[in-house]
Design a protein. Structure first.
Length: 426
């Protein structure tokens, strides 16, 4: 949403980045994720080095909790040739001259094979800075046994998503059949005042016709009457929420519904088997929405070996490696070719709904009724947006007036943008 100037252009002239000969040693930084993810990355680097003799890659894994802080604190000249980054941080890294556009260095085949949603996340000011091996998606998981026992008819796809009012009625029905009335999990234990608060519940805002920011302003788009009314409904669900402090609300079959992402499918599928159903989030008037976006890959702004680094990215994002990564982490593949053949996400697969959502991308600004997957704002000011919005969500959940909480967050965001010249480069 914020206009971002390129830090070096596709040829990388303003920061010193160069293509180089396409040969030599390159360095790679990645976050230390799940054990399986780490193993796949290590295998990719080994097999890349074995597959050719012109480029030798070396990988450094940095603990996930320290990763973004490490990139932020490192001078551009000291960054690696290839680095991973969490999608929403990309625009801030572009603004601070940490990244260079990648289109001159990766093949058109690699770019063309990336899903539209992945390209939306990786594009700032019309330039492509990142591509991901995988994406993410949200939905409602349901326990068919408990839904049937309460006489609840549930959505079979995007076209018959529950409205917000229907969802409230469903909670009441389920609670009437439940011993403690706690029938919904929203991953409360993860903390609503964190990135989960933004990622998990900005779909309510988008589905109510609101936005986190538009034209560098949050006031008037984040705190609309429709947005306040939607979060009033969200607040009313608290009586039905299982705090889930042990993480077993769904797998222990204490709740009938869980509002979370693709990453819990393996555990839920193992626990519920054929009783597990997957539904879109409720529709607050502008169609059901989901967040999207995850870790992505780009090039350090001052790399002198763009061509060699691009060869590695082409290899990293091939079918075999994307398949291996998404097999171990269960995430939606970030390429069209793997998404179409994934046992989980292909047509008829158990997570087909998530693929359908990602196939209807909104980008970060044109959030219409017909699109579903929304990219978190591609702006250097995203850190303050997520901090303020998630704090508002947490306050509302705790009982604060929705309109007041959203307006307070919007004003804080607007002040930050005003103080930073809308995050435009000089």
């Amino acid at each position: 949403m914020t206009a971002l100037s390129a830090c070096g252009g596709d040829g990388g002239d303003s920061t010193g980045s160069e293509g180089g000969s396409g040969k030599g040693d390159i360095t790679i930084w990645a976050h230390q994720g799940q054990e399986g993810e780490n193993r796949v990355l290590q295998d990719v680097v080994r097999s890349f080095n074995s597959s050719q003799s012109e480029v030798r890659a070396s990988l450094k894994l940095i603990p996930a909790n320290d990763y973004t802080k490490t990139v932020t604190a490192t001078e551009a000249s000291q960054l690696p040739d290839v680095l991973e980054f969490d999608g929403p941080t990309m625009a801030n890294f572009v603004y601070n001259e940490k990244l260079t556009p990648i289109s001159s260095y990766v093949s058109s085949k690699t770019v063309d094979n990336a899903t539209d949603a992945i390209k939306d996340q990786g594009t700032a000011d019309g330039k492509l800075y990142g591509l991901g091996m995988y994406d993410s998606a949200l939905g409602l998981y349901g326990d068919k046994k408990l839904l049937d026992a309460a006489g609840v008819d549930y959505p079979k796809g995007l076209s018959d998503a529950w409205t917000a009012d229907e969802f409230a009625d469903v909670l009441k029905k389920l609670a009437a059949e439940d011993s403690d009335g706690k029938v919904l999990d929203i991953q409360e234990a993860d903390g609503l005042g964190t990135e989960w608060g933004t990622y998990g519940f900005s779909p309510i805002l988008w589905s109510a016709g609101g936005k986190l920011i538009q034209d560098n302003k949050a006031t008037g788009v984040m705190d609309t009457p429709e947005a306040a009314a939607a979060f009033q409904k969200f607040q009313s669900w608290k009586a039905y929420v299982d705090p889930n402090t042990d993480g077993n609300a769904m797998t222990g079959r204490r709740v009938a519904l869980s509002w979370v992402g693709h990453w819990l499918y393996p555990a839920y599928s193992k626990a519920l088997g054929s009783d597990l159903v997957i539904m879109p989030l409720p529709d607050f008037g502008n169609g059901p929405k989901t967040g999207q976006g995850s870790w992505a890959w780009g090039l350090g702004a001052e790399t002198q070996k763009g061509k060699a680094a691009g060869k590695f990215l082409d290899y990293l994002l091939n079918d075999a490696n994307v398949s291996a990564m998404t097999k171990v982490n269960g995430a939606p593949p970030g390429t069209d070719s793997v998404l179409a053949t994934s046992p989980l996400y292909k047509s008829g697969g158990p997570l087909q709904l998530f693929a359908e959502q990602l196939d209807k991308p909104c980008g970060d600004s044109d959030i219409t009724k017909s699109c579903v997957a929304v990219t978190r704002p591609v702006t250097a000011g995203y850190p303050v947006i997520t901090s303020e919005f998630s704090s508002a969500v947490n306050s509302i959940y705790g009982g604060a007036d929705p309109k007041s909480a959203l307006s307070k967050a919007a004003r804080a965001i607007d002040r930050d943008y005003a103080d930073n010249d809308d995050y435009k480069l000089n």
